[in-house]
Design a protein around this ligand. Structure first.
Ligand code: AKG
Ligand code: FE2
Length: 203
């Protein structure tokens, strides 16, 4: 039986519903990003102008999937992700600083906010690109919807001058082209930010 808003959403795949939802969640993501930037002293960036993708996922978990990954360990490639997760079926896990995974508790009516690789590079290392995964815990359908804020429109990913202040805060990464980063990540299969080492600023 359909009882929860996210399940209802998957049933109501009308174009208008999707457009209104996408617009709303995109505006929310842009304003969260703006507030996070302001908290670092960076003002005047129009994050609404940044390209984004929108994705809804249905996981069909069977008894034989229990313990296996619905989505393997990764970091999101973009700047910031807002995720609305299933209110009934858990499975999302985040890696903490000690390297162990912690399950994200089910929380109805809330969004999870994750920083991705672009967010880490752009903030000159101040924002942490968290490793995460989805594990199958129960044999059930699981739903999630996410908006993924990617990179500046010109594709140039670099920390703004306000965040570069040697010797305490030297520039950690050389300016990266988002497309170069994406292709590198896909071609090497390094989806948990290992590939960022290639872009470290060695000076
Ligand atoms: O479905 C989820 O809860 C997470 C999905 C995810 O991490 C992703 O699409 O990048
Ligand atoms: Fe993710």
């Amino acid at each position: 039986m359909i009882q929860h808003p996210i399940r209802l959403w998957f049933c109501l795949l009308h174009r208008e519903t999707i457009e209104a939802y996408t617009e709303g969640i995109h505006e929310l993501a842009a304003s969260v990003l703006q507030k996070m930037a302001e908290s670092l002293g960076v003002v005047g960036i129009d994050f609404k102008d940044w390209p984004f993708t929108f994705r809804s996922i249905k996981y069909s978990f069977n008894p034989e999937n229990i313990g296996s990954a619905g989505v393997p360990i990764h970091t999101d490639i973009g700047c910031l992700t807002l995720l609305q997760d299933d209110e009934k079926v858990g499975g999302l896990e985040m890696m903490d600083h000690s390297g162990s995974f912690k399950e994200v508790p089910l929380q109805s009516g809330s969004f999870f906010c994750l920083i991705g690789d672009v967010g880490h590079v752009w903030s000159n290392g101040r924002f942490h690109n968290v490793k995460h995964r989805v594990l199958c815990k129960v044999p059930a359908s699981r739903y999630s919807i996410g908006v993924f804020m990617l990179s500046p429109r010109d594709g140039k990913v670099e920390a703004p001058m306000e965040l570069v202040d040697p010797p305490n805060h030297p520039r950690l990464y050389r300016p990266i082209n988002y497309e170069e980063m994406r292709v590198f990540r896909v071609s090497t299969g390094q989806r948990a930010s290992e590939f960022l080492q290639q872009f470290r600023n060695l000076q």
